[in-house]
Design a protein around this ligand. Structure first.
Ligand code: 5GP
Ligand code: ZN
Length: 119
């Protein structure tokens, strides 16, 4: 299933639910988390509805590589300070025991001056 009509992130990607856009291209959408844990906290999601990392296939390697390469670039654009004194944290919760609440694969990117709400 490339799109799930009940998925909140599919609705955000389709513009049916408003979001604060960070970046978009043909493969990827990035937006600010509605409930940030850190001064900078945005999510990078594939447009394709992949429920979690547990469903990744070899054909998704380029897409996931793109997301990983985007993270440091967007982190700086969103105000994270440069490595090594600044930097950012990436989190990808997977499954219920992994703390995943929205079942559309997403990478959290968090940064900015500490302390943060979580961690
Ligand atoms: P998870 O626990 O699945 O890794 O994280 C889901 C994240 O999505 C949470 O940090 C939550 O704040 C964020 N989120 C949930 N619903 C919305 C929404 O409607 N808009 C935005 N911008 N973020 C959302
Ligand atoms: Zn989805």
């Amino acid at each position: 299933m490339s799109h799930d009509p009940h998925c909140i992130f599919c609705k955000i990607i389709a513009g049916q639910i408003p979001s604060r856009k960070v970046y978009e291209d043909d493969d990827v959408y990035a937006f600010h988390d509605i409930n940030p844990w850190a001064p900078v906290h945005f999510l990078i999601v594939p447009r394709l509805h992949i429920p979690s990392m547990a469903q990744l296939l070899p054909e998704h390697a380029r897409l996931m590589g793109k997301i990983m390469l985007l993270a440091p670039r967007l982190a700086i654009e969103q105000g994270c300070q440069p490595y090594p004194d600044g930097g950012f944290r990436m989190v990808c919760n997977t499954g219920i025991q992994g703390g995943q609440e929205v079942h559309h694969l997403h990478l959290h990117v968090m940064g900015g001056p500490r302390p943060w709400l979580k961690g």
